[in-house]
Design a protein around this ligand. Sequence first.
Ligand code: ADP
Length: 324
Amino acid sequence: MKRRVFSGARPTGRQHLGNYLGAIQNYVALQDEYQCIYCIVDIHALTSLEDTSQLQENIHEMVLDWLAAGLDPKKSILFVQSHVPEVMELHTLLGMTTPLGWLLRVPTFKEKVKLQPHNVNYGLVGYPVLMTADIVLYKAEVVPVGEDQLPHLELAREIVRRFNNIFGDTFPEPQAKLTPFPMVLGLDGKEKMSKQLDNHIELALSPEETLERVMTAVTDPARRYRHDPGHPEVCNIYRLQQYFNEFKSGGIAEQCRRAQIGCVECKELLADAINTMLQPFRQRRAAIAAEPQYVTDVLADGARRARLIARRTLKEVKQRMGLI
Ligand code: ADP
């Protein structure tokens, strides 16, 4: 039997370059070697979402991006977290062996408390336990994620170790799998690219919109005038050039250092390269979007297949915990 891969992402709608370079790229690459299970974690989204009116639309847009990027529902299981309710049962059971102190110390929990002081709900504290349940329900061994998720995954491993120590070896300890671009910075050049921070470039933008977004990016702050020599090593646009303009990037860096190319031209080159690379993706996306029923069918089939595995694991867990 193939080893299993699991990854989940919140239903944030259209995916951005950070999601793609940090995670989706690996989702696609792992499909032949592993049995891959990819989940849109809608319950996780509820920990911060008070207005849920966009949720279904966001799920749909996200699946369009995943499919267009190359996820193949014949090879991989694609489903929505709440469609396999066994995960909530496992979450409760894992909660019985996870010390509260571990959860209260999680840096992202403390950040969320600051970000949404009016909505410090119980689900926020349990987030890492639900994330662990997501992964171990499928006994996944490999978890493709961006660098920002590493602390959560480390905690998931601790939760697994503790459960296994108490009730015997039940779950494999999941390992993170990073891409060569595990942390994509946003257009501000400081924070991680994220929809919430509005510093992102969506994959599904038109070429004109892509150029417009790239033009707003912060470059080398020391380069104030066209004739100032630049420092590509501190420039986020240059980091993206290294990926999208792999073969030209050495030359671009040299020209930047000698002030032979300005930031505007450099950004135009980048936008062109992004648009060229994403053209087939955008065509596939438009074709899939023309058949909305297809996405519904993919998710229904994914949930059915995921549930078969989930039920087996949950039965084993209950036996080990003395519940049956
Ligand atoms: P967002 O940060 O846009 O809300 P999620 O937190 O749902 O997206 O992340 C989905 C996946 O994409 C995760 O594996 C995450 O690590 C990865 N990811 C998100 N943003 C970035 C980024 N800027 N660079 C690299 N990976 C990222």
